[in-house]
Design a protein around this ligand. Sequence first.
Ligand SMILES: [Mn+2]
Length: 420
Amino acid sequence: MKFAHLSDIHLGFQKSENLQRTERSVFERAIDECIRRKVDFILIAGDLFHVNIPEMRVQKAAFAKFRQVYEAGIPVYAVYGSHDFSPVSNSVIDLLNETRYLTKVTNVVETGDDRISLEFTVDKKTGAKITGLPGLKAGKDSVYYEKLDRAALEREGGFKIFLFHGGIDEMKTEVGPETDFMALSSLPRGFDYYAGGHMHKYHHARYPDHPNVVYPGTLFAGYHSDLEENARGQERGMVFVEVGQDGLTVEFVPLPNAEYTLIDIDAERKRASTVNSELLEKVRQSDSKDKIVVIKIHGELSEGKTTDIEYAKAKEGLYGALEIKVNRSRLTSREYAITPAGGRDRTEIETNAFRENIGEVRMDERELMGDAGINTARAMLSAAILPILQNEKRTDYQNRIIENMLGTAGLKIRDVARID
Ligand SMILES: [Mn+2]
């Protein structure tokens, strides 16, 4: 028996056309490789899509590819991830499930006593028994592990695969952008293979009761930081598993996605002007043609503001780049640092923080200066911290927040400011 294991493909994540093309092509090549190797089945451990209902362009491309897999007679087994889940089964995953292009293997049975059990899906050709659970933050799904009757699953005989989406505490090797971790003991014991998703880097761990816990990682990128890691040489790919007489072998197969150029500048104790000349010099030296260029500037500037860095000028010098990504999240300025404010409660801390920093910003509007400015800022802040509604589109949420914030200053959202 041989099968493929993929996860965190995040179809629909990329915003620029060039990167959308890369995202699609790497997914198609991964599927082609499964067909070429004539695997018995394919496992997808969540986050196949970046959102539950991606735009039509993304759905069409995915359906076209899954149709090829279907026609090649290769079943696909999947669970929701943390990105493409829907608490009411309104996900394109459910559409693929309806058309039988894939099979959602989360079959929850309520056993009374507020406990749940899982039914196995048996792969016809190989007899492999597959079951699994979706991401940890999916509403009621998040308590599945607490209610799970593990003993029943552990008693089942045969070759068993557990498909899941979530991090394992014991495998947390470095701090990535992931949240949602659980103890290894949350997973039922004694399965032959644990097909994980959610961790964006390849991992293969072996434990006495959990012999193969594997994460293939993302195929390309699902977080902005993934692209920077790619530029630093992180391999991305998929996993092929072969089960024979002498046991089970796991092979990670890297799939190249694009070529990268990294421009990394340590700005610590440098003037903004010094960083600018360093940046432009590196731009002059770098080969950007058809490459994804990642500009990373980090550290604390000794002089000047973070906004003094001339990214636009740098971009002009990067000819023919496939895409240019700027990461300035670790860049600060000593002169214009926002110092942590003290206070007895939230109101006081907020007021002090605004009072200490309002002088840094030059403005002509009276209502944005002095005490009036502090009050406006406080009102806007409280208007901004509203939670997203269940099933609310991200853009609708963002527009609602902007509308709300502007409303506190008696302003209306203009069409040009609306996020589409
Ligand atoms: Mn993911």
